[in-house]
Each structure stands twice: as structure tokens, then as C-alpha cells.
Write a protein of this length. Structure first.
Length: 323
């Protein structure tokens, strides 16, 4: 599977990936985007920003990039960047299907994306991804699988996903919401021809939301690569928003609170790739410091006090505005 390249990588930052959710479209639910992006967020501006981030990430050892059909034009921007750099064959590229971007490049849209986990949606979006990324796609994930998703029981869809895997594209899923652990365990039980269908799982885990940890450990033990998203809790664990305990540890380590937040995730024995959702090159550089931050047992115990109840965490996330 494609993540074998990451397992063999020796750079400290190889297990930090770059997610493109924040720069593939003008609106997203991360705090303080007004500081991170200019007021004029036309396609050319965000294309340039995306390419700058990709250049910086690759130069600093990042070897996984994560996009999605619903991330505006992220696949388009990534595909253009890859086409201009054919020698970057060690970069692992993942994307996701299951949400359609509907905001029409507006930040004030009532609905920014619409979810559909049908076979028809997969076929349509797979064709769109193929057109934009060609043969550079290594991993295709069901976007935000939940326990009630029809993708868990659709045998025809499973067969089509298995055929994609047989063609060399690894198949995975991402999860979201307070029932992430239930979704993960249900997905682990999906088989085709007696073999597990999914080879990767992408889930939210951070100092505030840790409920998926036991299920992620089970997925890791079952041989799946675990990708962690939202390690900064949509900006709640970065910059001025970071809790005092983060800022104290960061000050002693000479890094930012964002590096401490991502280091906490990197310390989990089941974490294979931890995503940075940076919107600026400066943010990316700060995030990458996580690779060299050590956290002792006392420090990690202090961070345990920050954990929120999953329902409360996800209600707070759902209330964040799309800036």
C-alpha cells in the first residue's frame, strides 16, 4: 500500500501530512481565517497559496498530502502542482469522496457541502478526481463515515471499492462526530471476499476530543494506517486560543502551542500520519516543530484535564462559523 513509502522515510516530518481543506476554498470553519487569508480569496489567490504551502511542505520533508472532492478546488490546485513536479514520486496523495462542494466560491453560503455515500456519488466523484489527479492518487477515502452511513452496508459499493483497490489505489475512510468509535468498529467489520476492505482510517483526535482513541488503537492493531485530522481542534489549540497549559509547555520548549498540540497526537502509538491544516507557510513551519517536541508523562497528564465530552465538543465544532 502507498504508506509503505512513509514507513521507510527517515525525515522527522515524514509522518506529518498537509491537509488542504483550509486553502482549497474561500470559506472554512477554522478560527481567525481573516488573519490567515486575504479578503480577496479568488481562485488564483488560493491556487498560489496552495502551491506555496505544497512547496514548503515538500522541502521540509512532508510526504503525505490530503484533499477531498468537497475542498473546493483543492484537487485541481494539487493536480496542477504535481504535474509541474513529475520527479516528486515519493509523495503520497490521498483524497476523499462522499461530499459535494456547493458554496459556489462564497463564504456566506447557507450550505457549503452536501453528503452522499451512494454508489452513484462514488462513480461520479471518482471520475472527477481521476480527471484532476490522474494516476497520482494513492488513497481514496469515504468522507466522514458515520454509523448510519449507507456505505457500511452497500455491497455493490464495497465491490467497486475493492476493484479500485485491486487497481492499486488504497481504500480508506474518514470519520466525524461523537460516534467516531462506533463508525470505526463498524468499518473494520466490512469485508469483500473474506478480506478487510479498508486499509486506512482518518479520524479527529486532539487534546479536547480523545474518544476515538481505543477504536483507533484497534484499527492500528488490525493493520490499518491511522491518519489524524483536526489535531488543533479547528484553531482552538493554536495561537491566542491555546489553553494556558499548552502555552506553558510551548514556552519551555521554545515552540508554539500548535506544535505541542500536534506533538501530543504524534506521541500516540497508533498514529501513523498527523495532518497539519496550515493556511500559511509560517503556520506550517510552526506545526512541523511538533516532530521534535518531547512530552513527558507529567506534561501529558496535565493535558488530560482538557478533554471534553464528545457531544459537547462536536456541538461546539458545529457552531463554528464558515469564515
Amino acid at each position: 500500500m502507498p504508506f509503505a513509502a512513509l514507513a521507510a522515510a527517515t525525515t522527522p516530518t515524514a509522518h506529518i501530512g498537509l491537509g488542504l481543506a483550509a486553502v482549497g476554498r474561500p470559506g472554512y470553519l477554522t478560527l481567525h481565517r481573516d488573519r490567515d487569508l486575504p479578503a480577496d480569496r479568488d481562485a488564483d489567490t488560493l491556487r498560489t497559496r496552495t502551491h506555496e504551502l505544497l512547496d514548503a511542505a515538500y522541502a521540509q520533508g512532508v510526504r503525505y498530502v490530503d484533499a477531498a472532492r468537497s475542498y473546493g478546488r483543492a484537487e485541481e490546485f494539487l493536480g496542477e502542482w504535481l504535474a509541474a513536479r513529475p520527479s516528486f514520486t515519493d509523495l503520497v496523495v490521498g483524497s476523499k469522496w462522499g461530499y459535494t462542494y456547493t458554496a459556489d466560491w462564497r463564504t456566506d453560503a447557507e450550505v457549503h457541502e452536501v453528503k452522499e455515500h451512494s454508489l452513484a456519488a462514488f462513480e461520479r466523484q471518482r471520475a472527477e478526481t481521476r480527471e484532476l489527479l490522474g494516476d497520482r492518487l494513492d488513497l481514496y477515502q469515504v468522507h466522514s463515515l458515520t454509523p448510519d452511513s449507507p456505505a457500511l452496508a452497500d455491497k455493490e459499493l464495497h465491490e467497486r471499492l475493492a476493484a479500485l483497490a485491486a487497481d492499486g489505489v488504497a481504500v480508506g475512510f474518514s470519520t466525524s462526530g461523537p460516534a467516531q468509535a462506533d463508525a470505526i468498529r463498524s468499518a473494520l467489520a466490512v469485508t469483500v471476499g473474506g478480506e478487510p476492505l479498508f486499509r486506512t482510517v482518518q479520524a479527529t483526535y486532539n487534546a479536547l476530543e480523545t474518544s476515538a482513541a481505543p477504536a483507533l488503537a484497534e484499527a492500528h492493531d488490525a493493520g490499518l494506517t491511522v491518519i489524524v485530522k483536526e489535531g488543533l481542534a479547528n484553531g482552538r489549540l493554536a495561537g491566542d486560543e491555546a489553553p494556558a497549559v499548552f502555552r506553558e509547555i510551548a514556552a519551555r520548549a521554545g515552540v508554539g502551542g500548535d506544535a505541542v498540540a500536534l506533538a501530543l497526537v504524534l506521541h500516540q502509538p497508533w498514529a501513523g500520519v498527523v495532518l497539519s491544516g496550515a493556511a500559511t507557510v509560517t503556520q506550517l513551519a510552526g506545526n512541523l516543530h511538533a516532530a521534535v517536541v518531547g512530552l513527558d508523562e507529567e506534561q501529558r497528564s496535565g493535558l488530560d484535564a482538557l478533554v471534553e465530552e464528545p457531544d459537547a465538543y462536536w456541538r461546539h465544532r458545529a457552531a463554528l462559523p464558515w469564515h
